[in-house]
Each structure stands twice: as structure tokens, then as C-alpha cells.
Design a protein around this ligand. Structure first.
Ligand code: NAD
Ligand code: DAU
Length: 359
């Protein structure tokens, strides 16, 4: 039975990936989820899988070398899928150090421990061992309003402490591949949306605020563009890269779905107005009047747009979920999971929100 070590599996994309993998492979794989359970990690995301015999959760920090070494020593790990990271750009602007700690040093620990466990005396690697580093399109910097796209060959030009830390971690993975022939892939994906996303990110934050009749903060002129991909399509791409991709390659993953932030906010408001039942008290609170333009993010990247040509040509992956369907499903998920939202927005979230939005 193949064993996967998933880091950051209690977060947004990691938990969706774990659900996807169990739906696809059932009892024929084993997953060990290693997560430090920071503010962004939530075991509630994994309630439906926690009793499976082929699933194990280990609370550990990826910067803790001894803990990670122990996991490799006690388990015959075949695949690593490395999601664990500090992932929010605004937090990186306020507090960059933890991003270097987790994203750069944590990745170094993961690489070192996997290499030590997998490398054979002659410098080759045991059959079938693979490491997949989950990265972001933000490493490529920012594009002008339209025309250009990010390709795998686009030079790195990160701007925020978050994207600089992810770019550094990508460089470490590349160095391991070049120097030690370490069996890895890197994927650089565009913005994900879907269930279980922490409401510090645009889409769940706007849904949650709208349902409570709170202001909907739009940075700057609201015309920054992101390329949105449904999270399950991302999970599928990661699996396909590990199954069909060429080792040592980077694959860009994107939704072919560019939207300005203000368009996203308007779609959320309109969809909530359509979907909420007339007798739902939240319906009366949702209004375009809540849109509030606020101070821009420092160093705000204008546009991201991925060209996913390589992954389509080599592996046959392309986005399957149309944005108009995925966003409706996502919005419905959030207003039907009020308890989940209540739990993640209690405590520390309030403090974060007040400091960030001066609200
Ligand atoms: P997230 O913030 O929702 O989840 C991150 C998870 O990592 C959490 O469960 C957290 O507890 C865990 N974690 C953080 N620090 C840790 C540490 N030191 N040790 C162990 N676990 C730790 O993030 P996400 O949005 O799910 O992103 C996952 C990965 O995908 C990240 O590497 C991110 O850079 C990348 N990515 C995200 C997007 C996106 O749109 N969200 C797009 C492209 C790439
Ligand atoms: O592109 C991939 C990246 O997408 C991932 O690597 C990151 O982990 C992920 O957080 C995301 O980064 P963004 O900065 O693009 O996502 P965020 O949801 O924070 O913001 C999306 C856009 O919306 C961005 O232009 C900033 C804007 N925004 C965001 C928030 C939270 C607002 O206008 N108002 C807000 O309150």
C-alpha cells in the first residue's frame, strides 16, 4: 500500500486534497497528515476521514527536524505532498519572519528528511519515491493589465514577503533536484476557491461579512486581477502530476479564469441574493451598499494569470469546474456551514480582523 505524507493537510487546500484522494483511491492508499495546527489548521475540515484506518494525523511542526525524522523513520513514506506554509499575503506584510521560518526553513527540513530516508548508498533513490512541492503563481511577480501570462519559464520576481518565501522554497527544491537528483516536482498554482478556506482570504471573507451585513472591504480600486481555480481541480492536478508528470519538472496550474476583485465581490452579493431563501433573515442583510473601498495592500500585485499549457499537453489536466458553477457551490457551502464559520471566526480571528481592517 502506497503511503503519502501530506504536510499542512488541515488547511484549506490540504484538506480538500485529502478528501479527493480518499474519494479516488479509497482503502488502497494510506495518508499521514502532519500539521502544526496554526490558526489556519482546522481538524474539523477532516471530520469525515478521521476514523479511517488508512488515515493518521500527527501534530508536528515542519521546522522540527527531530519530529519529521521520526515520522520518516517509523513509516515507509512513498510520496510527500508538501502544502504546509504560512499562506496569507497580508499577514506576511505585517509579520514576515514566520514566513521565512515555516516556508523556507520548514521546506529545508522536509527536503533533508525525505532525502535522508530515500537516498541509497549509491546516491540513487528507492523506486517510486517522489516529493511534490506545492507552490504559487505569486513567485512570478505581477503582470500588466492583460496580454501576458505566467509560463514555467517566466523569471521569478516575487514582491511580498510571502511570495519571496515561497520563491525561496522553490529554489531550494530546484537545488535538491539539480545537486542530488532528488525526485521532486514543483507545481505553481493560481488562486484557489472552495470549501474550508479560512475567512481571511477574499472569497470566504466577503461571503461571511455579507451574511452579517458587515462592510465588504475592497483594496485600492478593486481592479486587481486573480485567476481563480476550484480547489478540487487543484487537488486533481497535484495527483496527476505525481502520477503522470516527468520528474524534476515544474508545472503551472491555473483556472483560465481571470476576474477583477470587484467582479468577485459583486458575483458573491448577487449569488447570495439569489440563493438565500426569502424567509432567511440573512437575505435582508446582503447588499451592494456594503462595498467599501479601503486602503490598498502594500506592494499589491496587479494581475496574475497562469498559462497551464504544459500540464495540459504533457499530462492531460485542465480545469473542469466552470467558475459560474464552482462559485455557486462554494457560496452555498459557506451559508450552509454557519457553525464551521462561527468556530473559525471566534477568538483570535476577531483580533486579527480588528487590527487588519481597523474595524
Ligand atoms: P492554509 O493557510 O489554509 O493552510 C496551511 C496549513 O499549513 C494549515 O493547516 C497550517 O496549520 C499548516 N502549517 C502552517 N505552518 C506549519 C508548520 N510550521 N508546520 C506544520 N504545519 C504548518 O493554506 P492553503 O491555502 O491551503 O495553501 C496550501 C499551500 O498551497 C501553501 O503552500 C500555499 O503557498 C499554496 N498555494 C495556495 C493557493 C491558494 O489560493 N490558497 C494557491 C497556490 C498555492
Ligand atoms: O495566487 C495564489 C495565491 O492566492 C496563494 O499563493 C496565496 O496563498 C493565497 O492567499 C492567494 O493570494 P492573494 O493575495 O491573491 O489572495 P487574497 O484572497 O488575500 O486576495 C485576493 C485579492 O483580493 C487580492 O488582490 C487582494 C484582494 N483583497 C483581499 C482581501 C482579503 C481585497 O480587496 N480585500 C480583502 O479583504
Amino acid at each position: 500500500m502506497r503511503t503519502y505524507l501530506v504536510t499542512g493537510g488541515a488547511g484549506f487546500i490540504g484538506s480538500n486534497y485529502i478528501h479527493y484522494m480518499f474519494q479516488k483511491y479509497g482503502d488502497s492508499i494510506r495518508i499521514i497528515n502532519v500539521d502544526a495546527l496554526t490558526y489556519a489548521g482546522n481538524l474539523e475540515n477532516l471530520k469525515e476521514v478521521e476514523d479511517r484506518e488508512n488515515y493518521t494525523f500527527i501534530k508536528a511542526d515542519i521546522t522540527d527536524k527531530q519530529a519529521i525524522e521520526k515520522i520518516f523513520a517509523e513509516n515507509n513514506i512513498d510520496r510527500v505532498v508538501h502544502f504546509a506554509a504560512e499562506s496569507h499575503v497580508d499577514r506576511s506584510i505585517k509579520n514576515p519572519e514566520i514566513f521565512i521560518q515555516t516556508n523556507v526553513l520548514g521546506t529545508a527540513v522536509m527536503l533533508n528528511c525525505a532525502k535522508a530516508a530515500w537516498e541509497q548508498p549509491d546516491g540513487s533513490y528507492a523506486e517510486g519515491k517522489k516529493f511534490l512541492h506545492v507552490s504559487t503563481d505569486e513567485v512570478y511577480g505581477s503582470l500588466e493589465e492583460d496580454g501576458e501570462y505566467f509560463y514555467e519559464t517566466t523569471p521569478y520576481a516575487p514582491h511580498s514577503p510571502y511570495s519571496a518565501s515561497k520563491a525561496s522554497s522553490d529554489m531550494l527544491v530546484k537545488a535538491y533536484m539539480d545537486t542530488y537528483h532528488f525526485p521532486a516536482n514543483i507545481t505553481n498554482c493560481s488562486n484557489n476557491y472552495g470549501p474550508y478556506q479560512f475567512p481571511e482570504k477574499l472569497i470566504p471573507l466577503i461571503i461571511n461579512n455579507a451574511l452579517h451585513g458587515k462592510k465588504l472591504p475592497v483594496y485600492g480600486d478593486g481592479k486587481n486581477v486573480r485567476d481563480w481555480l476550484y480547489v478540487v481541480d487543484h487537488a486533481k492536478a497535484i495527483d496527476m502530476v505525481q502520477e503522470k508528470g516527468r520528474l524534476f519538472e515544474t508545472y503551472n496550474i491555473g483556472g483560465h479564469n481571470e476576474k477583477q476583485n470587484i467582479e468577485i465581490v459583486e458575483i458573491i452579493i448577487e449569488t447570495l441574493q439569489e440563493q438565500l431563501a426569502d424567509n432567511d433573515p440573512r437575505k435582508a442583510l446582503v447588499s451592494k451598499d456594503l462595498i467599501t473601498y479601503v486602503e490598498d495592500r502594500k506592494g499589491h500585485d496587479r494581475r496574475y494569470a497562469i498559462a497551464p499549457d504544459k500540464i495540459k499537453a504533457e499530462i492531460g489536466w485542465e480545469p473542469e469546474t466552470m467558475f459560474k458553477d464552482g462559485i455557486k457551490e462554494t457560496i452555498k457551502w459557506y451559508f450552509e456551514h454557519e457553525e464551521w464559520m462561527k468556530n473559525v471566526t471566534s477568538g483570535d480571528y476577531q483580533k486579527y480582523y480588528e487590527e487588519m481592517y481597523k474595524a
